[in-house]
Design a protein around this ligand. Structure first.
Ligand code: AMP
Ligand code: TRP
Length: 337
């Protein structure tokens, strides 16, 4: 989707595990904030998805509040829109069960994220991890949302969501669930690890050196960018010069999104210059963006009651939309009401 959506119902989710990083921010959260202006937005901390891999119960609770604070600090407006945690609205789990019965095992077996996350010892993983995409489809379709801002790694899950909607509509002979469209950024849909340009930036990487987190202090940002992998050539003046230089391409892409410039414009300014000049300009941009979010998050975290209340209000508003839709789906499949 290249034109900004308007008048749509938007749904997206993020797992409350670890601290969101620059990939989450540029791939998803920035779009979440942007499209609030002309759309009805529902944003969800997907604690049920988080549970598909082991979570310490105390840490999970803390992370839901921490991430609520980060999203508010980044510019999510909980008064005009909806921010809540998934497990507090039972419609998600109920619709996910129906979708477990709609989806075919063959469809599930094609999901690449499961293959990546499950690793070699597939049978030792939770069944929840396997059916994770059905819960994601339920998240979106419980609201009949049609616009889903996510990073590139979620594209296959959105295609599955559309397959589920089509099969449900076909099996029960009615046009009940809509087709959904991803809102995936052009440049920053896949921000790469700072130490290895062939791996995506990820919360689950054991080393924090490859990712910039939204709560990093300024000196951490400067150091991570200084130590980010680059190469010995100066930056090229044309985009084609970045083709086989994965790390350089990643850093230039991050710069271009933060500076709201095209890659061509960035290379016009930095072509022929070495990485030390470029990296210092990039650190400045990152600090400009991240320092206010970090500061505001700290302020918000001082008042946990306020954060609890935001989520409570959000859950009530979310339930009011999802309950009638999911009740109708239950009626359609034959549950006595
Ligand atoms: P997660 O942290 O897996 O819950 O992801 C939350 C959102 O961030 C999803 O929309 C992802 O597609 C997006 N995302 C995660 N990692 C990256 C990355 N390295 N680059 C761009 N987007 C990302
Ligand atoms: N699976 C998404 C991720 O890991 C998170 C997610 C859960 C989501 N439910 C969603 C994203 C619904 C968009 C819509 O990034």
């Amino acid at each position: 989707m290249s034109v900004k959506p308007s008048g749509k119902r938007v749904f997206s989710g993020i797992q409350p595990t670890g601290i969101p990083h620059l990939g989450n921010y540029l791939g998803a959260i920035q779009n979440w904030v942007d499209i609030q202006q002309n759309n009805e937005c529902i944003y969800c901390l997907v604690d049920m998805h988080a549970l598909t891999v082991w979570q310490d119960p105390i840490a999970l609770k803390k992370q839901v509040l921490e991430q609520t604070a980060i999203l508010l600090a980044a510019g999510i407006d909980p008064q005009k829109h909806i921010l809540f945690n998934q497990s507090s609205v039972s419609a998600h789990a109920r619709l996910a069960w129906i979708f477990n019965c709609v989806t075919r095992i063959g469809w599930m077996n094609r999901m690449t994220q499961f293959k990546d996350k499950a690793g070699k010892n597939r049978e030792a993983n939770s069944v929840g991890l396997y059916v994770y995409p059905n819960l994601m489809a339920a998240d979106i379709l419980a609201y009949k949302a049609t616009c889903v801002p996510v990073g590139e790694d979620q594209r296959q899950h959105l295609e599955l969501t559309n397959d589920i909607a089509l099969k449900f509509n076909y099996d029960y002979e009615r046009d009940f669930f809509p087709q959904v469209e991803g809102l995936i950024p052009k440049i920053s849909a896949r921000v790469m690890n700072l130490r290895d340009g062939s791996k995506k930036m990820s919360k689950s990487d054991p080393s924090k050196q490859g990712r910039i987190e939204l709560l990093d202090e300024n000196d951490e940002i400067i150091n991570k960018i200084k130590r980010a992998k680059s190469d010995s050539e100066p930056l090229p003046s044309e985009k084609e010069g970045l083709v086989h230089r994965l790390e350089a391409l990643n850093l230039v892409s991050i710069y271009s999104v933060l500076a709201k410039q095209t890659i061509k414009q960035v290379l016009q300014d930095f072509g022929g210059k070495g990485f030390s000049v470029f990296k210092s300009a990039l650190s400045d941009l990152l600090i400009q963006e991240i320092a206010p979010i970090r500061q505001k998050t700290k302020e918000l975290l001082a008042d946990e009651n306020y954060l609890h209340n935001i989520l409570k209000q959000g859950s009530a508003k979310a339930s009011a939309i999802a309950e009638p839709i999911v009740s109708e789906a239950e009626y359609i499949v034959g549950f006595l009401k």
